[in-house]
Ligand binder design. Structure first.
Ligand code: BEZ
Ligand code: FE
Length: 286
């Protein structure tokens, strides 16, 4: 940076010198330093600066107060969401890994019984079951599992107004043995929304918008850290190139084709044939 340009950065930094909240001061000064370094490194033109302002304005206009959050989508597609997730959830031995929350969670979805069907739209019938343990291997009873996934058309209920309310969403609980069971349909891979500025960015970069098939989970139990994660479908073609960088090896599950019952599927009353996946979640105590 030449001296005139450095002086601008110094002045902007100094303007935050008396900020009373030390964390706010640190964040704002670091933001100024990195923003200025970025503009200098690429020698940002005035036209590019204005294009950036327009892009962010369009991103804001694309947000609604409900399911569409284009700024989160931008953060996701820049890898920022996964970086923040990694910084805030450094791995604890044995514990289940976290991944991106995504913009399609809806609070207050129906409470569902062990093995209850959450799919009100068609697809390949699947049973996801397993256990929730603590890091010592002790089963945890009464864990709330908030679950959501897309329908066969690749859209979430709420996002797609034609789907029934609560479709492919539900709040399950582990039983006294720490077991849970969810009757659903096989998740499909789907593109993140591309009808806004994030879609334009992906297109300009010749990046695809696809996410591998997955089911979202948020697990909560008092005294334990909240776990936000997904279970990804093994062998999905997009596991290596998730548009939002969310895939982790430990979160991949195989859906086995079943033509005969085991104890769990008989208890749940699954109709044969169906696909079945098993997973053990491990929560960290606070
Ligand atoms: C999702 O998995 O729901 C999602 C995550 C990030 C961006 C868009 C969708
Ligand atoms: Fe998703």
């Amino acid at each position: 940076m030449n001296p005139v340009e450095s002086l601008i950065t110094e002045q902007a930094l100094k303007s935050f010198a008396a900020t009373p909240d030390p964390r706010f001061k640190q964040i704002m000064q670091s933001l100024v330093r990195h923003l200025h370094a970025f503009a200098s490194e690429v020698e940002l033109t005035e036209q590019e600066w204005f294009e950036g302002i327009r892009f962010l304005t369009d991103t804001g206009h694309m947000c609604d107060g409900f399911v569409r959050q284009e700024f989160i989508l931008l953060s996701d597609t820049l890898g920022l969401s996964m970086l923040v997730d990694a910084i805030n959830h450094r791995h604890v031995a044995n514990a289940t890994e976290t991944t991106v929350f995504g913009p399609f969670y809806i609070d207050g979805m129906p409470e569902r019984a062990y093995g209850e069907n959450m799919a009100l739209t068609p697809g390949e019938v699947a049973l996801i079951h397993g256990r929730v343990l603590d890091t010592e291997g002790k089963p945890l009873a009464g864990v709330l599992l908030d679950v959501w996934q897309t329908a066969g058309n690749g859209m979430y209920s709420g996002q797609d107004v034609d789907q029934p309310v609560g479709n492919l969403r539900g709040r399950y609980r582990t039983d006294a043995n720490g077991d849970f069971a969810i009757r659903t349909i096989l998740p499909v891979c789907y593109p993140i929304p591309t009808d806004g500025p994030v879609g334009r960015m992906l297109e300009a970069a010749e990046r695809h918008p696809w996410r591998p098939g997955h089911v979202h989970f948020m697990l909560e139990l008092p005294g334990y850290r909240k776990l936000v994660t997904h279970l990804f479908t093994q062998d999905d073609p997009y596991l290596e190139s998730d548009a939002v960088f969310g895939v982790k090896q430990s979160l991949q599950v195989a859906y086995e084709a079943r033509t005969v019952h085991d104890t769990v599927s008989a208890k749940v009353g699954m109709e044969l044939p169906f696909k079945q996946a098993y997973y053990t979640f491990v929560l960290v105590s606070e």
